[in-house]
Design a protein. Structure first.
Length: 195
């Protein structure tokens, strides 16, 4: 007899099916029935995990953001220097967002559905990205106080989300090196003026 999936396993199954379905149909045409079918589950089972389509969409965005953040953190781990870590993070974000089938489709066909989830402070993305940037930079720029670190993380998070939403034409490495120079040089100036 096959083991029953755990609630977490079912949730992951639904989220994966929602990403696949939305990549084909978009968010506006996303139906809970289509997602349930693709996941091989009943609508009732899906509704036990996500009470509405809006809750499902918000969870998908949050889940995909968490996946992206994990990959960005992995890209920064080999770097002790703030500049190198930030540059690695930016390269990872630019590459991953350019390659993400759902993000790419939604940005071109339904930006009005996606942008509030990505860009608002209360949305599921901006706060997560800010916290991760703050954690990455706090280790590499211990001389910054909490307020300076928060402001720096806010700037970098907004840049990351902005570049994810509207990727520049230049290669990721060129943009990443330029932004890392500006941000880390700005942080160094802040540190010197604080003394």
């Amino acid at each position: 007899m096959e083991p029953h999936p755990t609630p977490t396993g079912v949730r992951e199954q639904i989220l994966a099916a929602a990403v696949e379905t939305a990549s084909v149909n978009g968010i506006a045409k996303l139906s809970v029935g289509d997602v349930a079918r693709r996941a091989g589950l009943s609508r009732q089972t899906l509704y036990r995990h996500f009470p509405s389509k809006d809750a499902l969409v918000a969870s998908v965005v949050q889940h995909e953001t968490a996946q992206l953040i994990a990959q960005v953190i992995a890209a920064t781990e080999p770097h002790d220097d703030a500049h190198d870590a930030l540059e690695a993070a930016l390269v990872a974000v630019l590459r991953l967002t350019r390659e993400h089938p759902l993000l790419d489709r939604l940005l071109h066909t339904e930006p009005e559905a996606l942008l509030p989830l990505l860009t608002t402070n209360g949305g599921p993305v901006m706060g997560q990205v800010r916290l991760i940037v703050e954690a990455i930079m706090s280790v590499r720029l211990p001389e910054l106080d909490a307020t300076e670190l928060h402001h720096l993380a806010d700037i970098v998070a907004r840049l990351l989300v902005s570049y994810a939403v509207s990727a520049p034409d230049d290669p990721p490495e060129v943009i990443a090196a330029f932004v890392a120079d500006i941000v880390t040089n700005g942080a160094a100036i802040t540190e010197r003026t604080a003394r």
